[in-house]
Design a protein around this ligand. Structure first.
Ligand SMILES: Cc1ncc(COP(=O)(O)O)c(C=O)c1O
Length: 362
């Protein structure tokens, strides 16, 4: 039985092998492994790509969030509103700063945080809203910006989506190896038009210092590696092509009739399909059938953040975020990557069809 992976990252980097090896040799010969020319060049290229004034390369997407919260001096006594249907790091960063994550429910059509519920959860202690552009689909930024609270965009899953990072006060990215723009290891970025705030992030990422001689803040050691920056510069030149490939593969699932069997992610022009996450009340059956057929599939945030053991101290109760909890029960992904072969997509749809057919006649 032919296996189909959930994502095939090697299909993306393999054609670039010679270029990556040349970059590796160049960095090795230069002996500059920290804050070398690629680190600064990538920051400039990433900011230009995103359409913002500047960016700071950091060690990973989680640190990017912590550094931003620290730079904004968000800490004990402050509240930050975020979804509970997201990767743990979103709320972990808030709690790590000693601030309080306040969870808002999601809009079931987009799986992104619901601006109405966000509005209902604003209090005098609210310092920021942290929407996540989940699975590559932009959050409802128009409605969120109207709420008049600083927005920190957790854009870990959405590099390459037009307009991302331009609406919030500051935004963060992850280059974890399966992300839309990825490193060959960990990496992250903070981007903003607010150069003063970015300068503070840069210093915090460097022990609270400009020069490692004078230390102005208690900071962190969290920098993007020179090697990863060198690789990321290669990958950034391919990103538009990859995004187009992802969007085409998503469109093809619709054409192949997957939407007659399960609920497909709602499309919009800015959706960059970090993952192709569907919904079905028969989720467990479909998920099991895909696995049995050797097809990569995953379920996301099955225990949403308000019910995670580490965050139960916040008082989250089952039933308190109904749409979040329903999405946790119903979601599953099917394979998608740029240039995914049509035959592989056809096979995925066939397997889902038989699983749903079994469910209908059971
Ligand atoms: C929404 C979200 N936020 C934050 C992160 C953290 O990024 P990293 O794994 O690079 O620390 C991730 C990635 O895994 C993510 O998906």
């Amino acid at each position: 039985m032919q296996q189909i992976p959930l994502v095939d990252v090697s299909a993306q980097w393999a054609p670039l092998r010679a270029e990556l090896e040349a970059r590796f040799a160049e960095v090795l010969d230069s002996g500059q492994f920290i804050r070398g020319p690629h680190y600064y060049a990538f920051e400039e290229e990433a900011a230009a790509y995103l359409g913002v004034r500047g960016s700071v390369g950091v060690a990973n997407g989680t640190d990017a969030l912590v550094l931003v919260l620290d730079a904004l001096e968000i800490g004990p006594g402050d509240e930050v509103i975020c979804p509970a249907f997201t990767f743990y790091a979103t709320a972990e960063a808030i709690a790590r700063r000693g601030a309080t994550p306040v969870f808002a429910d999601i809009d079931p059509d987009t799986l992104n945080v619901d601006p109405e519920d966000v509005a209902a959860k604003i209090t005098p202690r609210t310092r920021a809203i942290m929407p996540v552009h989940l699975f590559g689909r932009p959050a409802a930024m128009d409605a969120l910006t109207e709420l008049g609270v600083d927005i920190i965009e957790d854009a870990a899953q959405a590099f390459g989506s037009p307009g991302i990072a331009q609406r919030g006060r500051i935004s963060t990215f992850s280059f974890y190896p399966t992300k839309n723009l990825f490193a060959l290891g960990d990496g992250g970025l903070v981007a903003s038009d607010d150069e003063e705030l970015l300068q503070r992030v840069r210093m915090l990422s460097f022990h609270g210092s400009r020069d490692k001689v004078d230390f102005d803040f208690v900071g962190y050691n969290s920098r993007l590696d020179e090697l990863q920056a060198a690789f990321l510069r290669v990958f950034l030149t391919k990103l538009d092509e990859w995004t187009q490939g992802r969007r085409e593969a998503a469109q093809r699932y619709a054409e192949l009739g997957l939407g007659d069997l399960v609920d497909l992610p709602q499309d919009e022009p800015g959706h960059v399909y970090h993952l192709f996450v569907c919904r079905s009340p028969e989720r467990d059956r479909v998920h099991a059938a895909l696995r049995e057929a050797g097809i990569g599939t995953a379920t996301y945030y099955v225990t949403p953040l308000h019910l995670q053991p580490a965050l139960r101290f916040l008082g989250g109760e089952p039933g308190s975020l109904p749409e979040t909890e329903r999405a946790s029960r119903e979601n599953f992904s099917v394979p998608l990557w740029p240039a995914m072969p049509v035959e592989a997509q056809e096979r995925v749809v066939d397997v889902v069809r038989s699983a749903v057919g079994v469910a209908a006649s059971a």
